[in-house]
Design a protein around this ligand. Structure first.
Ligand code: C5P
Length: 399
């Protein structure tokens, strides 16, 4: 297994040496490509000595290899860019290929993972966030930066994660791509609750934990898929190798899901989307006494149905799966939902005192157009594997 490591011009570039080492310890062969700015932080000779390969620096320097970006792009099983500056993330999002590293990224069909690292304000800048969202939507694995004291003295998000953690994420990605049933396939999962603001501090939401979405992401990665999760606020951790887009409201979730859906082979709507939202969220915090009337009666409007609109717009080569949490008449209600929403399969699960939201176990049934399969009580992770397995079968029936 061969990993191409791209190093860009960030103070954390020195940590790429440790990433290279950790990948090598795990048995990977590593080659390094650097931007010009990166060479101001670490000398290419360091990486050449660590990897035993010359370091890629320019599109034109190597007279023996007139198209080095294609050789590098085709010769790797995964391309990791760590640290990835805001500048390089912006170029990747736009498809700019003005040096060896960015040209290689554009030509590379192997999984791409980036570890953005920069000043907190650069990271939080709307332009950077939009670029990272674009990359995630295209299936690039974007690792979240760590929070802490940054080189410039600011405190916030923007630190490069620990080299060992980055190396582990790359290895997970490589192993998941190891010819599983979903190798080369893309899975999109909606997960967690949505939160609908009443005012800047209050909201309407539900108790969804995101555990099912996270278990599905793990199972899909284990089957070799590239996974994107569109998630409401949760405390559960999604696997590092999944690209995660966090949203708050149902409208934002719909927007993100619709952007990602065309690239996905399988779309699983596991989110507990709030059915209604406050019609007129207040711009200021509603106050006791002054705003009693507004607090006593909050007008609500219906939220978009994400599963339904994704199913309506789906292509014949895509599989769409939804969930139905029911307290009674589980199978009949789920069957009605399958038809109403236009999904290929509904995972019906019984919710009640000890089942459903926030629990580790679930009792479910798969409702398909022609058949129903009832499953025994099992761990959510195990159920996720069964769902992925069943969805793979549906996919192979149509492709
Ligand atoms: O209509 P109901 O909420 O019972 O349907 C549940 C299924 O529909 C789940 O798969 C859930 O993710 C999805 N859903 C959705 N958007 C909504 C409501 C539900 O995607 N607004």
């Amino acid at each position: 297994m061969k990993v191409l490591v791209g190093v860009t011009g960030c103070i954390a570039a020195y940590k790429a040496c440790e990433i290279v080492r950790a990948l090598q310890k795990a048995g990977a062969e590593v080659e390094v490509v650097m931007t010009k700015a990166a060479t101001s932080f670490v000398g290419p000779q360091t990486f050449a000595a660590l990897t035993g390969h010359p370091v890629g620096l320019s599109l034109f320097d190597d007279t023996t290899d007139p198209i080095p970006h294609i050789r590098l792009a085709e010769g790797c099983d995964a391309f990791l860019i760590a640290p990835c500056t805001a500048n390089v993330a912006a170029k990747l999002a736009m498809g700019i290929a003005d040096d060896l590293l960015t040209s290689t990224a554009l030509a590379c069909t192997a999984p791409l993972m980036i570890a953005p690292a920069m000043n907190v304000h650069m990271y939080e800048n709307a332009a950077t966030q939009a670029n990272l969202a674009t990359l995630r939507a295209r299936g690039v694995h974007v690792l979240d930066p760590a929070y802490g004291r940054l080189a410039c003295g600011d405190v916030g998000a923007g630190k490069l994660p620990e080299p060992a953690d980055i190396a582990r994420a790359v290895l997970d990605l490589l192993h998941s791509a190891d010819a599983g049933a979903l190798a080369g396939r893309r899975v999109l999962i909606t997960s967690g609750p949505t939160v609908e603001p009443i005012d800047p501090v209050r909201f309407v939401s539900n108790r969804s934990s995101g555990k099912m979405g996270s278990a599905l992401a793990e199972a899909a990665l284990a089957a070799g898929a590239q996974v994107t999760v569109v998630s409401g606020p949760v405390s559960v951790c999604y696997p590092d190798a999944a690209s995660v887009i966090f949203v708050d409201t149902a409208c934002q979730m719909l927007d993100a899901a619709q952007r990602c859906a065309p690239d996905a082979d399988i779309i699983i709507c596991a989110a507990a989307v709030a059915d209604h939202r406050p019609a007129n969220p207040a711009a200021h915090k509603l106050k006791k006494d002054d705003d009693d009337a507004a607090l006593a009666s909050i007008a609500m409007v219906g939220n978009p149905d994400i599963l339904r609109s994704i199913a309506e717009g789906k292509r014949a080569d895509q599989v769409v799966v939804g969930f139905a949490a029911e307290t009674d008449e589980v199978l009949a209600n789920a069957q009605a939902k399958l038809h109403r929403k236009g999904a290929d399969m509904i995972v019906a699960n019984e919710v009640g005192a000890e089942l459903g939201f926030g629990t580790d176990d679930d009792k479910a049934a798969f409702i398909m157009r022609e058949s129903v399969e009832e499953l025994p009580l099992m761990a959510k992770r195990q159920l996720a594997e069964r769902i992925i397995e069943r969805t793979c079968n549906l996919l192979s029936e149509i492709s």
